[in-house]
Ligand binder design. Structure first.
Ligand code: VAH
Length: 272
């Protein structure tokens, strides 16, 4: 935990020896492995996505054991659910038949996390993030990216063409809540945790039409349009519309603060 400011040093998480040298140099007490290739880009380069998402995780798991790193955070995703998973209020445990390489890699990753915890006692913690919305960086490579692009475009051009259809409901989460929730999980006493694959994390659930209406309340001239047959529609159609996150609420008091209205207001105020 660097005291004065942050230390940025870049290494490729697939370069195990460089990763080991970095960990031995800074001796972190916690490692947050956020490097991954997301759903849409993953479908363009499936084997690269599998390699980065799986071997990046395995490198961190093995080095955490070897170097005795106390806590690891690794994000899963609602992408682990598939066409036969319940669509509404998707439960913590159910049929999971992801059909994107990203979802397959995240489901396999969850199995590894639980295995390393049960077999080696590694304190690795995880949440299934919904689509995350933030204003600090432009999105890239995700199926839920429309929900971020829409704000950039609304302010820049007063209009946005959505690659997901008007009624495509998806689980979403504002970045402030995602960060607070992640830290709440990492700070929770270990004995309180009952899930070592990955916790469902709900938040918001809305459609492109609903977020467009919310934006229009602040930018009345905003115009929304839609294109069809975007490959990301197929991915979105295989995902839940909303998530049941009762386990996270019970085990570590998960409670998002932002709703669609307050998120929209905050996004536009900050992006302006
Ligand atoms: C994606 N933003 O769209 C990511 C996320 C649930 C969606 O995993 O691929």
């Amino acid at each position: 935990n660097p005291k004065d400011g942050e230390i940025f040093e870049t290494i490729n998480v697939l370069d195990k020896s460089a990763l080991k040298a970095l960990l031995e140099k800074y001796k972190p007490t916690q490692v947050y492995l956020l490097a991954a290739m997301l759903s849409a880009t993953g479908e363009q380069y499936p084997m690269k996505a599998w390699d980065l998402n799986m071997n990046g995780l395995l490198n961190v798991l093995d080095l955490a054991l070897e170097l005795g790193i106390k806590k690891i955070f690794w994000p899963s995703s609602i992408a682990v659910f598939g066409p036969h998973s319940p669509k509404k209020d998707t439960p913590q445990y159910c049929v999971m038949d992801p059909n994107s390489i990203y979802g397959i890699s995240k489901l396999a990753g969850e199995r590894l996390c639980e295995y390393y915890h049960n077999k080696y006692g590694l304190d690795i913690r995880s949440v299934r993030y919904p689509g995350i919305i933030s204003w600090k960086t432009a999105p890239g490579g995700g199926t839920t990216d429309y929900a971020v692009h829409i704000f950039f475009e609304a302010l820049k051009n007063g209009k946005y063409t959505s690659f997901l259809s008007a009624q495509t409901a998806l689980p979403m989460l504002y970045m402030e809540d995602a960060v607070a929730g992640t830290i709440a999980l990492m700070d929770a006493p270990e004995e309180q945790l009952t899930i070592r694959s990955s916790y469902n994390l709900g938040g918001l659930s809305f459609t492109p039409a609903e977020i467009a209406e919310e934006i229009k309340k602040i930018l009345p001239n905003f115009e929304m349009s839609y294109v069809e047959n975007d490959p990301r529609q197929t991915i979105a159609d295989s995902w839940p519309a909303s998530i049941d996150d009762t386990s996270a609420q019970k085990d570590w008091n998960w409670k998002p603060k932002f709703d669609l209205q307050t998120m929209t207001k905050d996004m536009i105020e900050n992006l302006k």
